[in-house]
Design a protein around this ligand. Structure first.
Ligand SMILES: Nc1ncnc2c1ncn2[C@@H]1O[C@H](COP(=O)(O)OP(=O)(O)OP(=O)(O)O)[C@@H](O)[C@H]1O
Ligand SMILES: [Mg+2]
Length: 265
């Protein structure tokens, strides 16, 4: 489906509407709007300080916008408490890997799967039948995800002993274990070498295609964004500078100007 058909034919899965964020006197985001459609890989780019992480943190409910709204399937997500965000189908990874370093790969992924279930401490301690049932489901899910991401061999390895690239894959596994509709990736290529970035790009596409996911990719690595994104939104100084296909955004004079003045390229 072309971008035009996407824009005209379907209502967006996620709608960012006039979102502003002010920290003290600093306007980190200034009236940003764009749509994300189901199945899209949307690249969010911009020079340092453009507002990418701030927007990402609004989408994952870490920050509350000062004004504007964020709608998922037409319903505002802003009244959702941040710890319930997995339940409505938003999963994320962190710019600086945020795993439990002393737990095994499998246990870290299990935490992700648990965030989607409704079991709590009381029912866990009573070991109600339905909790046991959901525990079996979680084990199945965890094994499936580990196999999908090629992490079976390190399933029982403590995370802190693994190479950085593998830790990033574990974080991706943890986010996927909650079966999100939208996967938010904050600089997944950061710290990876050329070969690893290439493999990551193929993996993100595969996840989108095979697991029917919609992906928001915040990334400094232009090669990765331009090769896998269907749609790109460029920010600068908290405002939307341009949006369109990778080719359109890359050729946009304002985008070129913004990047010439930065060290990002
Ligand atoms: N928690 C905060 N408190 C105060 N100011 C902040 C905070 N977070 C971000 N800012 C400011 O908001 C602006 C946007 O920052 P943000 O981190 O969103 O940019 P970015 O596009 O992610 O940049 P980078 O590419 O360097 O990661 C910057 O001027 C930054 O200094
Ligand atoms: Mg950032």
């Amino acid at each position: 489906m072309t971008q035009a058909q996407l824009a005209q034919g379907t209502s967006p899965l996620l709608a960012v509407r006039d979102v502003s964020v002010v920290f003290g006197g600093i306007v980190a985001l200034n009236g940003v709007s764009f749509d994300m459609h189901k199945g899209q890989i949307l690249g969010l780019i911009g020079p340092n300080g453009a507002g990418k992480t701030t927007l990402f943190n609004c989408l994952s409910r870490l920050y509350q916008p000062s004004s504007g709204d964020i709608l998922m399937d037409g319903v505002s997500i802003l009244s959702r408490p941040p710890h319930r965000i997995a339940e409505i189908g938003i999963g994320r990874t962190f710019q600086n890997v945020a795993l439990f370093p002393n737990l095994s790969v499998m246990d870290n992924v299990r935490v992700g799967a648990h965030s989607k279930t409704s079991s709590d401490i009381i029912s866990d301690s009573l070991r109600l039948a339905w909790v046991r049932r959901s525990e079996t489901g979680i084990n199945k899910k965890v094994h499936e995800i580990l196999a999908y991401l090629g992490l079976e061999d390190v399933a029982h390895t403590v995370v802190s002993g693994l190479p950085f690239g593998t830790q990033k894959r574990v974080e991706l596994a943890r986010a996927l274990a909650a079966d999100p509709k939208i996967l938010l990736l904050d600089e997944p290529a950061g710290g990876l070498n050329h070969e690893e970035v290439y493999v990551l790009g193929a993996l993100i596409r595969r996840i989108r295609d095979e697991r029917h996911m919609t992906v928001l990719l915040v990334e400094h690595h232009m090669g990765l964004v331009m090769s896998i994104a269907d749609h790109v939104v460029a920010l600068n100084f908290g405002k939307k500078l341009a949006e369109g296909t990778p080719a359109q955004v890359q050729a946009d004079p304002d985008v070129i100007k913004a990047y010439l003045g930065s060290k990002d390229q």
